[in-house]
Design a protein around this ligand. Sequence first.
Ligand SMILES: C[S@@+](CC[C@H](N)C(=O)[O-])C[C@H]1O[C@@H](n2cnc3c(N)ncnc32)[C@H](O)[C@@H]1O
Length: 237
Amino acid sequence: MKDISEGIRARLGLENPFDTYVHDPSRIDRQGWNSRHGFFEVAIEAAAPRLIIELGVWKGMSSIHMAEIVKARGLGAEILAVDTWLGSSNHLAKPGRREELHPVDGYPSVYRTFLANVVDAGHQDVIVPLPMDGNSAAYALNKLGVKAGVIHIDASHEYASCLADLRNYWPLLADDGILIADDYGSWPGVSRAVCEFAAEVDRPLFGSMSKALLPKSPTLGFDLKVTRKRSYRRGDK
Ligand SMILES: C[S@@+](CC[C@H](N)C(=O)[O-])C[C@H]1O[C@@H](n2cnc3c(N)ncnc32)[C@H](O)[C@@H]1O
C-alpha cells in the first residue's frame, strides 16, 4: 500500500504508529456520532483538499468516512487526526460514562480502539494520528504554516472552548477551504459559538441537524434542501 501520508507525517516529524502497532481485533468498535453526515461529502467534493484536519476523532469513524470519500474520488488527500483520546467533560460529569474510555491502569485507552478501527478499515495509509490537545496542535500547525482544504471541528462542546477551537483552526484553513462544525443545532453552546464565529469572520453559515458548513471564501455558498425529519437526543456526547 502506497503511504501517501508520508507528506504531513514527515513534515511534522511524526512517528508512524502503524509501523509498530500490532492489530488487536478485539478493540474494534465502530461507535461514533454523526460520523457519516452528508456534509463530509459536500465539503470534500467542493474543496478537493490535499490535507484534511479533524479535531476530535474519538474512535475514528468520521476520519474513516472521510478517508473513504477521498479514496473514492482519487484525491490523494491525507487526514491529520488530532485528539487527546482522553474524552470530554461528560466522561467525568455524567455518571457511568467513565468506562467508555476503557481505562487501563487508570488511563484512557480509546486510542487503541481508534488504531484498531483504522487498520480494520485499511486506511492507515491516509490517516495520520496526532495525539495532542487541540489548542497546542493548532498553535504548532499555524507556526509550521500548515494549511488544510477541509477542517472538521468536533472536540469540546462547551461554548468557550468550541469558540476557541474555531478561532484557533480558522487560520489553518486554505483560502478556498471549508470548515465543518459538528453538533451545530444539537448542542446550544456549540450553536452559539458557531453562529458568533460566523459573524466574527463575516461568513455565511450553512446548517443542518448536527453539522454546519463555513466556507473560507466569502463568495462560496451552498443550496440546501430539507431531506427528512430527524429526531435527535440533544447534548448527548
Ligand atoms: C465527540 S468525540 C469525536 C467524534 C468523532 N468525530 C466521530 O465522528 O465519531 C470528541 C473527541 O474530542 C476529543 N477532545 C475533547 N477535547 C479535546 C481537546 N481539547 N483537544 C483534543 N481533543 C479533544 C475527545 O477526546 C473525543 O475523542
